[in-house]
Design a binder for this molecule. Sequence first.
Ligand code: ADP
Ligand code: MG
Length: 665
Amino acid sequence: MVDSCQPEHGPVSSSPQPERPAAGFLPSQPTTRLQGVGPKLAATLSAAGIDNIGDLLRFFPRRLETVLELEGPEEGAIDRLVRLHARVDSSRLIWLPGRRNMLRVDFFAASGEPFQAAFFNQPYLRKQLEPGEERILEGQLDRRGETWNLKAPRIMPKAYEAKGPCRLRYPEVPGISELRLRGLIRQALGACDLVQVLAASLPASLLDEFGPDEAALLAMHEPQSVEAHEAARRRFAILEAVELFRRVEKIVRARAQVLAPELRMDLADSEARLTRCLPFTLTKQQAAAVRSLRRSLQGPAAMAVLLQGDVGSGKTAVALAAALDVISSGHQVALLAPTELLAEQHFACLQDWLAGEDIRVELLCGSLQTSERERVAKDLSIGKIQLVLGTHALISESTEFDKLGLVIIDEQHRFGVAQRTALIKKGSNPHLLVMTATPIPRTLALTIFGDMQPLYLEGLPPGRRPVQSIFLDRKAWPRILRSIRACLRRGAQVYLVCPKIGEEGEKGGAVRMQQELAKHLDARLVHGRMPARERQEVTAAFRRGDFGVLVGTTVLEVGIDVPNAQLMIIIGADRFGLATLHQLRGRIGRGKLRGLCILSGEETQRSRAICATRDGFALAEEDLRIRGAGELLGRAQSGALDFRALDPIEDMELLQRARQAVREE
Ligand code: ADP
Ligand code: MG
């Protein structure tokens, strides 16, 4: 059967209640069993993850739009999705460049009011829309001048019976129209044993409320009301949540089975060391976090802790305390960062702190010379190095440790579940401490870090005042320059962040910006394309206070710690996400001076949010709302959030119940 036998807008199925043939389909059967699906269409479906009839039935609409049923176009319905019963007045086929065409049709609504709709590249519709023909149309109401217009119009099948006040929107499947897809789903619904589709097992405690129900599957695709759809959605959402937590539970149990390194920690010794090393005493909150980590490290199972603390809350010192504990028992510690720059920063800081101790700290990264890297790798494998720093590549490469006791991962949001699992598979099952300054909304913490124990570091170190943030538009550049000069006169330092590196002379790029500034000011450049040695040299010089303005890209985002930096200018702030902006401004106000962050560029929802709140958690939730979960966490994580019915942000209660039920299984 060829898959083009059904015209795009032809009647999809003429019976409103699908017939159930006695010999139905099985969910496991291929989609080619459906009428109208040939190998080509099957491949198109398969590319979207629909391999069999069961998959098709579980391909759920993403959202529900309310449809306004109207007699005729009206002012108050502009931009809304409307449904109109209409009669065709006339139509005209217009050819466009590139063999494309447009069918413009004039209709009269039931109220007698005329309106227009344009259909692109569907010339065959002309035959269906003869003058006088009556059809139901749905689309977004628009008005151009005096003329009413229906945008993205859909002609509903002739036998279409309006299914209540809502229209389902399915996720897009490239190569097949939504209407066509719905036709297939409808065919499958009519002929498949639905109970089998629902056969996925739920924990016993959830069965009563969420047990298999044929009507639910029907209500997902053909709801009689918004409420019926929502009730059905919850059933499938909890099923997805259960599947998620079963996977999580598997990870947790796998970890529990491999013995954790047994640590014989000399706490008195490591405590004394910590006091010697740190140029400050831990805050109450830091000390509490350290105590909690010690308890976990002494437990029988491998620790897996997610330490969340806002930018500048002092997580590095907490991590050092844990590292010293583990080192005191003769084990090794690896600290991983998302970028080389950050690994270098940590290296500089920890080398400095640990200067007087007999602990060997090394940096293992791509920019080392081969001979150097081999030497470090060898010493690591025979246990001559106690603390090693590097990027995530450190664990994916064939790095060997002698006695790896603890892995610390900084800035988790770039580090996916997959990498975490890879780490566990490294055999020795080390303790794991993950640190993040991107506060993770509670729902997400539950879904993505469900296998980890959360630990919060509240507050900021003493004497620290929150950064003030303001927005200035591009015209305010002279004012920005004055602020920079004033800051330098006070003896403080400035970061200037650009959205891209840019080529020589390219506007808006960091390279050009630095060249311009360097004409009058003491400005230098740092970016990711620079050789590591040069980069290290520039950041070290900035930390020493050798020059006043550091121009860079988002390499400045994480971990850079220069207490004397007081002012940050972010050029093109509209081009950065909320999480990045919050991270960036966390770089300033680290010393005694109050920090000021100036955002420049187009004013956006994000820049307003960032100026209005300093609370990282509130921002993370806002970010989630603006951008969606996948983006917030980066691609590494989005796979974990690939849900059809579950809303990982709104369905907190379902998530919690599913987790509880799975744990008690
Ligand atoms: P983050 O949590 O963002 O990684 P850092 O660990 O980089 O924060 O700490 C931010 C700054 O605060 C650093 O300059 C660090 O030396 C300083 N700091 C951390 N803890 C304390 C403390 N207890 N007292 C004083 N300064 C501290
Ligand atoms: Mg940090």
